[in-house]
Write a protein that binds this ligand. Structure first.
Ligand code: ADP
Length: 481
């Protein structure tokens, strides 16, 4: 099972921010400590060097050949005398004076000590452990108490070496205090930045908790927008997320409402013919009847069954069309399709005494689904014939220009009321006048519109009540390349 903390974005963001701060802070503290230590070593070395220089000036070693053994006994050169006074006179390091030792070069035998070294066995051992040769500053001694920084220089014109040393313990104390201070400061800073990040991330994520709570309360029946305070909705990432969510919820809500309406309308449309069928059958079966009466009942029933079949087919087409709007896309000649439709509808037009005309200017070729496009033209022409009275005219015209194909179906029929015009493409919408006459289901224009949309085109309807209607479909023309 995943540990709880890896699921918490707040925890993860806080941990990342802490890690980042630690990655910046710890090397900075280490660098600071290192720089201070180096500076202290350099400062001590400078003090040792200036102490040694000042002492060497006081020690006047015998010139070669000028040695006067009477005045200067071999085991007590002039330097010894200078050493007795020197430490107090020399600048020390902080409160500590320097420690001085005069040794014979090569043998390491002690010739003289500064008074502050007498009785300091630890320091003496440390100094004696250094090789009796001139060398730069170096650490001597191992323990905390006897550790020293020591500079060994040759006393000019003499067989002696001078060791100038300072105890390292006070510097170590200072560095230890610095280390403690830096560690505490780092810990405090990390703690504060951890708490700060936790609070900040919590504040930033608070609207997401609200969104989750609200989203959990959403159902298909209650798809309201996610509501957050105006501050949380400002022009930031959360605001954009909520706006996108609300847009999606609005679209889902519209889709659900549409589906519900569609189902209710479909069930209503199918109920009517079923009720009629049931009534007719019940009446027919209520008593014995002549064969001709049964025949009439069956014929009427067949009509209702055909009507239901048309509705069910249309619903199926719309459902398939919605799911896969562009099934096969091949070049299709609209002119050829319009001619086929004209031939198919000619008989019906003649029966109604309506003049069905086709005018095609140029070859109108589009890319799309031929069957669907034929159905689109047929629906428009069927409507035009259905709503045009005897002696009227239905004109189908086609032209291709400017990369577009325009199909226009105009009639001189009853026209559409201005109030109905915005609704004629709605599913199951039927204008009052047509309801009784044509027996249409109100799905014809919805199908036309879904075919046009699937082909990336537009459809427009214009109409004048009592004078006729005109439907214009515009589709992208197929280009030769
Ligand atoms: P229907 O099956 O009722 O024809 P449609 O979706 O094809 O359904 O048309 C919807 C409504 O639009 C029709 O009921 C009718 O009122 C109106 N309509 C469609 N085409 C025409 C037209 N050419 N002339 C007049 N009214 C039309």
């Amino acid at each position: 099972m995943t540990p709880l903390w890896t699921k918490s974005l707040r925890f993860q963001l806080t941990a990342w921010s802490l890690l980042t701060v630690a990655l910046i802070l710890l090397p900075s503290a280490a660098l600071c400590y290192g720089l201070v230590r180096t500076a202290l070593v350099r400062e001590t070395d400078q003090a040792l060097a200036s102490g040694a220089a000042s002492l060497l000036r006081q020690i006047d070693g015998p010139e070669p050949g000028e040695a006067d053994d009477d005045k200067r006994p071999p085991d007590a050169p002039a330097a010894v005398a200078a050493l007795q006074l020197a430490p107090a006179a020399l600048p020390g390091i902080g409160a500590d004076p320097l420690y001085l030792r005069l040794v014979r070069a090569g043998t390491g035998q002690t010739a003289a000590l500064s008074p502050n070294l007498i009785g300091q066995a630890g320091f003496l051992d440390a100094l004696q452990s250094l090789p009796p040769v001139p060398r730069g500053s170096a650490f001597a001694g191992r323990g905390d108490d006897d550790r020293m920084r020591c500079l060994t220089v040759a006393v000019p014109r003499s067989p002696y070496l001078l060791q100038v040393a300072a105890p390292w313990d006070p510097v170590e104390d200072l560095l230890a205090r610095l280390l403690t201070g830096l560690t505490l400061a780092c810990l405090l800073f990390l703690l504060l930045s951890g708490v700060g990040s936790w609070l900040l991330v919590g504040r930033a994520l608070h609207p997401i908790d609200r969104i989750v709570t609200e989203a959990e309360g959403l159902t298909a029946d209650r798809l309201g927008p996610v509501l957050l305070s105006r501050r949380a909705l400002s022009d930031n990432e959360i605001g954009h997320l909520v706006a996108a969510l609300n847009g999606m919820l609005a679209r889902l809500s519209a889709a659900f409402t549409g589906q519900r309406q569609f189902t209710a309308d479909a069930s209503h449309e199918l109920r009517t013919p079923l009720t009629i069928l049931r009534g007719e059958f019940e009446v027919a079966l209520s008593r014995e009847r002549a064969a001709s009466e049964y025949r009439r009942t069956l014929e009427s029933g067949l009509e209702e069954v055909q009507r239901m079949t048309r509705i069910v087919e249309s619903l199926g087409f719309l459902a398939r069309g919605d799911a896969d709007p562009a099934r096969s896309h091949v070049p299709v000649s609209l002119s050829a399709l319009a001619s086929e439709v004209r031939v198919a509808m000619e008989r019906r037009a003649q029966a109604k005494d309506v003049n069905l005309l086709l005018e095609a200017r140029g070859e109108a070729v589009v890319r799309g689904d031929g069957d669907a496009l034929r159905r689109m033209i047929q629906n428009l022409v069927e409507n035009a014939l259905a709503y045009t009275a005897r002696g009227g005219e239905v004109r189908v015209s086609l032209d291709a220009a400017g990369g577009k194909c325009r199909l226009c179906v105009a009639d001189t029929g009853v026209g559409i009321a201005p109030d109905d015009l915005p609704h004629i493409f709605d599913r199951f919408f039927r204008g009052d006048k047509s309801r009784a006459n044509t027996g249409g289901s109100g799905l014809g224009l919805s199908i036309v519109q879904s075919i046009v949309a699937a082909h990336g085109g537009q459809i427009e309807a214009e109409s004048e009540l009592g004078h006729g209607s005109r439907f214009t479909v515009t589709l992208l023309a197929e280009t030769s390349d």
